[in-house]
Design a protein around this ligand. Structure first.
Ligand SMILES: C[S@@+](CC[C@H](N)C(=O)[O-])C[C@H]1O[C@@H](n2cnc3c(N)ncnc32)[C@H](O)[C@@H]1O
Length: 275
């Protein structure tokens, strides 16, 4: 149901959003109108958006890989560019081979958007997701628990069951990778309304990612893949870390989505030989 206001009312909303700096004021007005049941709700949502809250927090959802993913206030809003990570994670070898069952770990899962996209894409997924932030964990559970996924709260691999060691086919991580000193230059929507721990990757931005890569070989199955979202500038340093951990790596990029992902593969040992 929508608030069905007059076109004059609609244009008042557009004007208010535009004055607040919303570039896509028309589209946003339409989304807010279709999301609200009463004029009071609508006014409150428009006020929040005009005050600078991310549209997705105001609506309570984000579009990701064609899905509506629930995103609570205070939880990182999944970005369009991360659709590239999800797409690669669904087919890391690029040969569309279908597995009977894929064991997936989504580290630093936030809202659980990447895992939700993999559940929607792959035939049979056994998904384990982890985040250190309890708000993100609650949100991810809303998005993936219905599919039988397990969502844990804790630091990277620490809460995962030990039985997963050596069994993970796809390990995916969009961990924080903004260098600490660059956070002040981020748009206010991120800087003010997303948690610092979702953005801050330490001095060079790679502190959390290095920890992800260093421990990955213990959890990956032979031939399993680790996929880490990064920036074009940071990718060479990450590749070095993949190499140091014995993972064969390559860098994939999408100009369209301004996205960069490093993909590493654990060797398959056969008759004492690495192939
Ligand atoms: C950039 S956000 C990405 C969220 C989600 N993967 C996505 O793409 O929408 C990074 C997430 O990592 C989580 N995080 C940061 N440090 C962590 C840690 N040490 N262990 C687990 N999660 C962590 C944050 O709480 C945040 O939800």
């Amino acid at each position: 149901m929508s608030a069905s206001p007059s076109s004059r009312h609609r244009s008042t909303i557009v004007t208010k959003l535009r004055a607040a700096g919303c570039v896509f004021a028309e589209d946003e007005a339409q989304l807010l109108l279709s999301a609200t049941r009463t004029p009071t709700d609508l006014a409150a949502m428009v006020d929040r958006r005009a005050a600078g809250h991310p549209l997705e927090h105001v609506l309570g959802w984000a579009e990701f890989c064609g899905l509506r993913v629930a995103v609570d206030s205070g939880v990182f809003v999944p970005r369009r560019r991360t659709e590239f990570l999800a797409r690669l994670a669904a087919d890391p070898e690029g040969n569309a081979v279908t597995r009977s069952r894929t064991v997936v770990v989504d580290l630093c899962c936030g809202s659980g958007a990447v895992g939700a996209a993999l559940i929607a894409t792959l035939d049979r997924v056994e998904l384990y997701a982890v985040d250190i932030d309890s708000a993100a964990v609650r949100c991810a559970r809303r998005n993936v628990a219905a599919a039988g996924a397990h969502v844990y709260e804790g630091d990277l691999y620490q809460p995962l069951p030990a039985t997963l060691r050596g069994r993970v086919d796809v390990l995916v991580a969009n961990a924080p990778y903004v260098p600490t000193e660059a956070i002040g230059m981020m748009p206010p929507e991120a800087r003010i309304h997303e948690p610092r721990m979702a953005l801050d990757g330490g001095g060079d931005g790679l502190e959390v990612q290095r920890r992800v890569i260093d421990e990955a070989p213990l959890w990956l199955s032979p031939g399993g893949h680790l996929l880490v979202e990064t920036s074009e500038r940071q990718a060479p340093d990450l590749v070095e870390t993949f190499d140091r951990n014995g993972l064969t790596s390559r860098v994939a990029s999408s100009e369209e989505l301004d996205a960069t992902v490093v993909i590493g593969t654990k060797a398959v040992i056969q008759s004492g030989t690495d192939i």
